[in-house]
Design a protein around this ligand. Structure first.
Ligand SMILES: C[S@@+](CC[C@H](N)C(=O)[O-])C[C@H]1O[C@@H](n2cnc3c(N)ncnc32)[C@H](O)[C@@H]1O
Length: 171
């Protein structure tokens, strides 16, 4: 069973072979579009075929080849309901900045691998690896930002989510 997120437009960084995209599409509205970014053309071809076999029309997915941090700045501000980041852990803080620009008020950004980093022990003499440090930093930023509602889901390697609050009425 898939919980519907009722989203019209979702951006995913890290298409892979299409598994997460299929789960996202199953929870999205019928007329909605998933924009998915990956640096590997072979993965995107496998994903394209997986979406088709899962029954989604070609027009439901826009596959863009390139590094997420090069592609996201070209997408429209405030036009997306959800941004799912599942690539380039060391740059998660930059992806948070991009996601907050892309999201509509009430939209949600989700980072994969959050628990893996949070629960890995540091050695007494070594700094955490850049990916782990970046995941912890983005978790801190989400916690400290008063405009974000944070949520940590213990699913798989852990999903860190943050809802961008709609502006409150000043009256
Ligand atoms: C963990 S896999 C994604 C799996 C996919 N989300 C799923 O669950 O089916 C990570 C993917 O990110 C891609 N990737 C790595 N660095 C990237 C970057 N800087 N920008 C976009 N994609 C990247 C890899 O090619 C790989 O396909």
């Amino acid at each position: 069973m898939t919980a519907s997120i009722g989203a019209r437009s979702v951006v995913e960084v890290g298409t892979g072979c299409g598994s997460s995209g299929i789960w996202l599409l199953r929870g999205m509205r019928d007329e909605s579009v998933l924009t998915s970014v990956d640096i590997e053309p072979e993965y995107q071809e496998l994903a394209r075929s997986a979406y088709r076999r899962a029954g989604f029309a070609a027009g439901r997915v826009r596959l863009i080849l390139g590094r997420g941090l090069h592609v996201l700045p070209r997408l429209t501000d405030g036009a997306y309901d959800m941004v799912f980041v599942d690539a380039e852990q060391a740059a998660y803080a930059d992806y948070l900045t991009e996601a907050l620009r892309l999201l509509r008020p009430g939209g949600i950004v989700v980072f994969n691998n959050a628990l893996e980093a949070a629960t890995s022990a540091d050695g007494p003499l070594s700094a955490p690896d850049p990916g782990t440090a970046a995941v912890r930093e983005v978790a801190r930023q989400v916690r400290d930002d008063e405009d974000l509602i944070p949520l940590l889901l213990p699913i798989g390697e852990g999903l860190l989510a943050a809802i961008r609050e709609a502006p409150r009425d000043s009256a």
